[in-house]
Design a protein. Structure first.
Length: 378
């Protein structure tokens, strides 16, 4: 529904009921991803699209039917028809699973707040139960802001707590998708599936130092869903050809680029060179920003010298405690690729309050509650 947030916000503000058809599953080739929605109000006005046109008429009719009857949820599946390529179906060969439901804004006021947040550009997640017990399917929960409290009809339930934890993690990653929760004593007894729709940019990874380790780390960061920037003051090394997996390659002094770019509490700052004229100005600034992770490469001797220089320029002990140096977890990594795994493993562990220890050495639930994040600077 977040793809049509502007129109739905207007309908909600007018307390206008509408039917909402949401793509909750895709198999094979399909034109639009899960989370894409089409909505129809009582006057027959439609907004959005779920297939680029090939099944819109059938879905529109389902929406009108539910609005007219006040009926319950309906599920519909649309796929390719071998016998008639012009029949209702997807000629691209895929299959869509669509959930159609009536939405009364007065019964779900949190949706109005969530849709307003999307329009205002604030990070937002809306989770909708799409499979599970009949009493839960269709119910929703929303989060506004990385540290926002959950809101909606699922709040206060065991299922709501489990969905909230995973929805917050999805928002932290900037991803929309299906989640599976429940079915065990650690979460909730009922097994269910929810579609989490997220309106948030992907987390950033800022890599300073155009070295071989940066090439491997940019590839690992992209794989994890980060928006990766590689920055170096040396134009001969900072080239897109050397870092094809990075979203952008910047030629600038690291501290100057950090001063002018946007960061937030999910941003990972990774410094991979050993040059004091670069790392001290950069780390001094980075440790004073509300970023999620600051790491610096180097030996333990380099680390001790770096700490002394940072103290000399006024960096406090509390700020120094935020510095992950030497960067990465102790995996015995030697190659650039192994080192990239070591660094990204530490970033993941820090973001989710993990210990970095083997799971076989621990007890209790494997997954922790998602961390509460503070406000970001931009």
């Amino acid at each position: 529904m977040l793809n049509i947030a502007d129109t739905l916000r207007a309908w909600c503000s007018e307390a206008r009921p509408f039917a909402l058809a949401t793509v909750v599953g895709v198999r094979g080739s399909a034109p639009l991803p899960p989370g894409t929605a089409l909505a129809v109000d009582a006057d027959g006005n439609a907004t959005g699209s779920i297939s680029g046109g090939c099944v819109e008429g059938a879905v529109y009719d389902l929406c009108r039917e539910i609005l007219a009857s006040g009926g319950a949820l309906q599920r519909a599946r649309f796929g390719y028809s071998d016998s008639d390529a012009f029949a209702v179906g997807l000629p691209c060969g895929g299959e869509l699973d669509v959930l159609v439901q009536r939405v009364d804004p007065t019964a779900e006021p949190h949706l109005t707040r969530a849709l307003a947040a999307v329009e205002d550009g604030r990070p937002t997640a809306v989770a909708q139960i799409v499979d599970g017990p009949a009493a839960l399917v269709g119910r929703t929960l929303s989060l506004v802001g990385y540290d926002g409290a959950p809101d909606g009809s699922l709040v206060g339930t065991g299922e709501g707590k489990a969905v909230t934890a995973q929805a917050r993690a999805m928002m932290h990653a900037g991803r929309t998708g299906r989640i599976e929760v429940g079915g065990d004593a650690d979460t909730c007894p009922e097994r269910l599936s929810a579609l989490v729709q997220v309106s948030a940019p992907p987390p950033r990874m800022l890599i300073f130092g155009a070295v071989d380790f940066a090439a491997a780390l940019s590839r690992a960061g992209t794989f994890l869903g980060h928006r990766v920037t590689v920055c170096d003051a040396r134009p001969v090394f900072a080239t897109p050809a050397r870092f094809p997996h990075a979203d952008e390659v910047v030629v600038d002094w690291p501290h100057r680029y950090l001063d002018r770019t946007e960061v937030d509490t999910r941003t990972a700052v990774c410094f991979l060179t050993h040059d004091a004229k670069f790392d001290i100005p950069l780390l001094r600034r980075a440790l004073n920003l509300p970023v999620g992770y600051v790491g610096a490469m180097g030996s333990r001797r380099t680390h001790d010298q770096r700490l002394a220089r940072l103290r000399d320029v006024g960096v406090s002990q509390a700020q120094l405690a935020r510095l992950h140096s030497p960067i990465g977890l102790d995996l015995g990594a030697r190659t650039p690729e192994e080192t990239a795994i070591s660094i990204t493993a530490e970033i993941i562990a820090h973001a989710h309050r993990g210990t970095g220890l083997p799971l076989s050495h621990g007890t209790g639930p494997i997954h922790r509650a998602a961390p509460v994040l503070s406000a970001a600077r931009s």
